[in-house]
Design a protein around this ligand. Structure first.
Ligand code: IPE
Ligand code: IPE
Ligand code: MG
Length: 247
């Protein structure tokens, strides 16, 4: 069973292009697909869902597309928050918030605060997120703690490093899905997906639904995860269990 599923929601633009529509229509349809997948997760036993919504490189898209995506985010959060809260979803956001408009930063904080005690699905949304940026910020914060005398450089372990990442406290993804046909990670969860199972599908994100998620989970169930060991090891130890205090 996949405890944590991460999804690179790709293909919105191509979905729209095929229908001779503006790319923004693809993003709107993509937001609807996200809603149905979020609803499907608890039914399928998924406890954590991470959605890649906007990358650190997506800032380089044409200004009008970026503006439209930010507008969609405002609208989506405004409209969906109460519904998510009622469904016991705990929202958290990863990525570099400094680049987001002030009102969106406030919306994210308010959503995290409102839902922080919820015990249902953990929905982690990657916004203005890039793994390299996340790791660089972690290293800078760690270096500052070394300089302040709070930690010694030789104390840095993998588990300690993870406490400086945006995903601190969240178990690594078991399954990473990318829609839209490209077979690359595009700067998504590079540290966290060291032993994650990868699943690529040609389906464009706006067409992705519960049945597609079930198909991905069925494929995951067939995989043998070895974490560098052999199947002969007596006791199966999940690598995530060696990290303290993760959900
Ligand atoms: C993914 O769809 C959504 C974002 C990156 C924000 P794209 O907009 O990348 O769609 P394609 O890949 O051009 O079809
Ligand atoms: C990855 O898709 C980012 C998101 C889905 C948010 P991109 O469309 O930006 O990735 P590339 O450019 O194809 O690698
Ligand atoms: Mg794309």
């Amino acid at each position: 069973m996949a405890h944590h599923v991460a999804i690179i929601m790709d293909g919105n633009g191509r979905w729209a292009k095929k229908r001779l529509m503006p790319r923004t229509m693809g993003h709107r349809k993509g937001a609807e697909a996200a809603r149905s997948v979020i609803e499907a997760c608890p039914k399928l036993g998924v406890k954590i869902l991470t959605l890649y919504a906007f990358s650190s490189e997506n800032w380089q898209r044409p200004q009008d597309e970026v503006t439209e995506l930010m507008q969609l985010l405002r609208h989506y959060l405004g409209k969906e928050l109460q519904n998510l809260h009622q469904n016991k979803v705990r929202l958290c956001f990863i990525g570099n918030r400094d680049y987001l408009e002030e009102d969106i930063q406030q919306q994210l904080l308010a959503a995290e605060k409102l839902t922080q005690a919820n015990d249902g699905l953990i929905l982690q949304v990657a916004l203005s997120y890039g793994s390299r940026d996340e790791m660089l910020r972690a290293v800078r914060d760690y270096a500052a703690d070394v300089q302040a005398g709070k930690v010694a450089p030789d104390q840095l372990s993998a588990a300690k490093f993870e406490t400086y990442l945006d995903t601190a406290g969240i178990a690594d993804p078991d399954l990473l899905i990318r829609t839209g046909g490209e077979q690359r990670l595009s700067n998504f969860l590079l540290w966290q997906s060291a032993y994650t199972e990868l699943y690529f599908t040609e389906i464009l994100w706006p067409d992705f639904d519960m049945a597609c998620l079930e198909a991905a989970l069925a494929e995951y169930a067939k995989r043998e995860r070895r974490f560098g060991r052999t199947e002969q090891v007596g006791e199966a130890v999940n690598v995530t269990t060696i990290h303290a205090e993760q959900v």
